[in-house]
Write a protein that binds this ligand. Structure first.
Ligand SMILES: NCCC[C@H](NC(=O)CCC(=O)O)C(=O)O
Ligand SMILES: NC(=O)OP(=O)(O)O
Length: 312
């Protein structure tokens, strides 16, 4: 594997999950694989889990991670082709990506969407420019439309906690005060399509995700109906895709409660706003997998880095 920028880069999810489980059982087994190799982590947006777990994964492989907050600390980067750069951007991605490639053997990038310009967000200009102009492999740490390290983590976590042969998994929208990206929900959906699960989505009217991603997944506008007999309830807020980036008025209360989830396990990528997205009683109960999910971020990242290093 050269780059990891999408769930589509996973050729066989079951063998990847198996390998991630082996890594989790023995995380220092490949301590020499990344010796004298550098991982660069470039953040255009905030992070806690991705920033630390990806560094931890690199360290477990013997790599040296170097981190930069691009927004604020670096010079403003220009992505436009042929732009007359007499505005706020000071250097072009052509130079920036080429230069960082000299310092790093792999570059990982986080760049969220604007949630204003759908076409521009869907063009994945930042991530794709790094792929084009860097001379080393690129890993997405959440881009405008996907969060493939999270989607892989979620697949690993569901496999780990699954007791049924074919579990029922629900992706449920939940409320939030801000307009949030579709990336986590998109990658989770794509990961579930690769797994042997009964997968449905629950969201209010006006909140359907991109049909090109959800394909023929059943979509319920009634949360209670969707949650019936669920084994895993994966919760996430996202802004409207149809009325792009808008936060719409919603009739019913979609906050996740203990009553609603019944015997299902609760999942969320974090960070999560307590008592807006989900009640304390769920997060503080044994039904919540969120901490173990975050733990699995290390092994998902380690698997991806290992595959790239093995290919080098
Ligand atoms: N990396 C995981 C989620 C990141 C982002 N969440 C956020 O921006 C939450 C911000 C807040 O709650 O203020 C998202 O939804 O894609
Ligand atoms: N789940 C996740 O990506 O968390 P961070 O945004 O804190 O990295």
């Amino acid at each position: 594997m050269l780059n990891y920028t999408s769930i589509d880069d996973i050729e066989n999810i079951n063998s990847w999950i198996k390998e991630a489980q082996e890594i989790k059982a023995n995380p220092l087994k490949n301590k020499d694989l990344g010796k004298n190799k550098t991982l660069g982590l470039l953040f255009f947006n905030s992070s806690l889990r991705t920033r630390l777990s990806t560094q931890k994964a690199a360290l477990n492989l013997g790599m040296d991670p170097i981190v930069m907050n691009v927004s604020g600390d670096a010079w403003g980067i220009e992505f436009g082709d042929g732009t007359i750069m007499n505005g706020n951007t000071a250097e072009h991605i052509k130079e920036a990506a080429a230069v960082v490639s000299q310092y790093c053997d792999i570059i990982a990038v986080r760049a969220f969407p604007s949630l204003i310009d759908k076409e521009k967000d869907e063009s994945e200009q930042i991530l794709k420019s790094f792929v084009e102009f860097a001379s080393v492999p690129i890993v997405s740490m959440e881009s405008a439309t996907g969060h493939p390290l999270q989607g892989l983590t979620d697949a690993i976590t569901i496999a780990e906690f699954s007791t049924n042969k074919k579990p029922k998994v629900v992706l449920s929208w939940a409320p939030h005060i801000k307009a949030l990206p579709h990336a986590v929900a998109n990658s989770f959906t794509q990961a579930m399509h690769k797994m042997d699960v009964d997968f449905v989505i629950a969201n209010p009217k006006g909140y359907n995700l991109n049909k090109k991603i959800t394909k023929n997944t059943p979509v319920y506008h009634n949360q209670e109906e969707a949650f019936k007999d669920a084994d895993f309830i994966y919760t996430k807020n996202w802004s409207s895709y149809e009325s792009y980036g808008e936060v719409l008025d919603v009739e019913n209360n979609w906050t996740i409660t203990k009553d609603k989830i019944a015997d299902a396990k609760f999942m969320h990528c974090l960070p999560v706003r307590r008592n807006v997205v989900v009640e304390d009683t769920v997060l503080d109960s044994d039904a919540s997998l969120v901490i173990e999910q975050a733990n699995n971020r290390t092994y998902a990242a380690q698997l991806v880095l290992k595959k790239i290093l093995e290919n080098a």
